[in-house]
Write a protein that binds this ligand. Structure first.
Ligand code: SAH
Length: 258
């Protein structure tokens, strides 16, 4: 605790699941924080690196079961910062990708509290790499978009599936498990080919990672048959086809190193 000084809040990205996929800066902050507020999708192993005096506060938001309201998270951050503490707000992936990090940072700024954002590897990037799918590739995809599949993304404009169906080569859909049938229907409605390959990546970058590959035509049935669970990313696009080649290249690299 830095008594006599005003504290600071760091909004820190913990990465996509594998605890080694965190930045050096984020790790240093975990080691030096007085207080750590952490989310549900943060790998708990990372908390072992905290200082012995550090206070841990869980503020996870499972669908329908919030440990803390957004308001009380905000109040807790401010309360500790005002007491002079170094506060780490640890979020899964990147704090600014569907993480409400911007809302928290703006609120802190409005209350005159010093805040810094430390980026993390977002789930789409992590899960794509660990499943051997390049989000862009010369000849297959010149663009990718991160899209929320959740309809209850409070207040934001409706998702333009009509434009996404054709304007972006690779779609990485977050929070889309329960909405998968509706997402599929929208994309087909707007003329996306039923033969477009789709990958569902559950628990990406972790030992529990599961990958289901199919096409837009029957991905909803595959997800249901295999009881796809959160957290999962849906990758839609031709790049999914080259997964086999990339995995072979990775395996070859491993053999060469070994
Ligand atoms: N800020 C986070 C995203 C939070 S929204 C980030 O940048 O990654 C939560 C959604 O992220 C989940 O519903 C899921 O779609 C995705 N997600 C998070 N961790 C994941 C993982 N290990 N594997 C697959 N998807 C994941």
């Amino acid at each position: 605790m830095r008594s006599g000084l005003s504290g600071k809040v760091y909004l820190v990205g913990a990465g996509p699941g594998d605890p080694e996929l965190i930045s050096v800066k984020a790790m240093r902050l975990i080691q030096s924080a007085d207080v750590i507020l952490y989310d549900r999708l943060v790998n708990k192993e990372l908390l072992r690196y905290r200082a012995s005096h550090a206070q841990l506060i869980y503020c996870g938001k499972a669908p329908g079961a919030h440990a803390m309201s957004q308001l009380s998270i905000q109040q807790t951050l401010m309360q500790h910062a005002r007491q002079g503490s170094t506060v780490v707000r640890l979020k899964g992936g990147d704090p600014l990708v569907f993480g409400r990090g911007a809302e928290e940072a703006i609120e802190l700024a409005e209350h005159g509290i010093d805040c810094e954002i430390v980026p993390g590897i977002t789930a789409a990037i992590g899960a794509a790499a660990s499943s051997g799918i390049p989000l862009t590739h010369r000849g297959y995809a010149a663009s990718f978009a991160c899209v929320t599949g959740s309809r209850c993304h409070g207040g934001s404009p409706p998702i333009r599936w009509d434009l996404l169906a054709h304007g972006v080569d690779t779609l990485a859909v977050y929070m889309g498990v329960s909405e998968l049938p509706a997402i599929r229907e929208q994309l087909l409605l707007y003329g996306k080919s039923a033969s477009t390959p789709v990958a569902l990546i559950e628990n990406g970058t972790t030992p529990d990672q599961r990958i289901l590959i199919s096409t837009l035509a029957d991905i909803h049935a595959i997800a249901a048959a295999h009881s796809l669970q959160n957290p999962a990313i849906i990758i839609i696009g031709e790049v999914v086809r080259i997964r086999g080649q990339l995995l072979a290249a990775q395996e070859q690299a491993l053999i060469l190193i070994g």
